[in-house]
Design a protein around this ligand. Sequence first.
Ligand code: FPP
Length: 233
Amino acid sequence: MIELNKKNIPKHIAITMDGNGRWAKAKGKNRVFGHKNGVKAVRETVESAVENNIEFLTLYAFSTENWMRPKLEVNSLMNLLISSIINETKTLMKNDIKLMAIGDINKIPKTAKNKLDSVIEKTKNNAKMSLILAISYSGRWEIINAVKKIIKNNVDANEINEHLFEQYLDTKNVPDPELVIRTSGEHRISNFLLWQIAYSELYFTKVFWPDFRKKDFINAIVEYQKRDRRFGK
Ligand code: FPP
């Protein structure tokens, strides 16, 4: 068993869950099979995050760009996402996990949105960990949306600073992630949390998301604990 330094646990870890499609293709199966097998990795990661006292876990579940995938894949992904959330509601309650969503969630089909809203409402007073799902999310969309809200509020230009701007982001009241993990060997940000990752440590692993397990999550934190964070100073 790897021992983590309990004094240097990141408060917030964000993950781009990548490689479901390639994982499935390597097995001669369709992409949806990959997404279905990604759910087990989500469960293990959430469990490990709770066990290690992570306060915020953000998962990139569906990007703004994902809407352009074939309709069948989009529908399956949405259904999988919502059914997983519904199925896990009891576990979220038992483990004191609050579910949150960031992104343009008004774009998701109404019935799915209603179900998502009901779980968010039900878990809103849970306090052990916040599980933040990025759904129909992109960092540029979030920043532009913040600008629109600021203009609509007639905010004086002289009042705009980093602190004020953050109040208009979807991640309002969520600390920036200290660690961002991306699976599947891709070394890109792909429009994920652009504002929030200014000083984040980035960790890349070749493991495809459906194979991601607790030990992979712990390895990422171990690597993070070895880094020397200077914040530009
Ligand atoms: C990326 O793989 C993965 C996604 C776009 C979706 C991730 C969603 C899940 C694992 C479903 C369940 C989620 C929750 C939170 C319950 P990809 O399709 O981009 O793979 P590729 O890069 O190999 O094509």
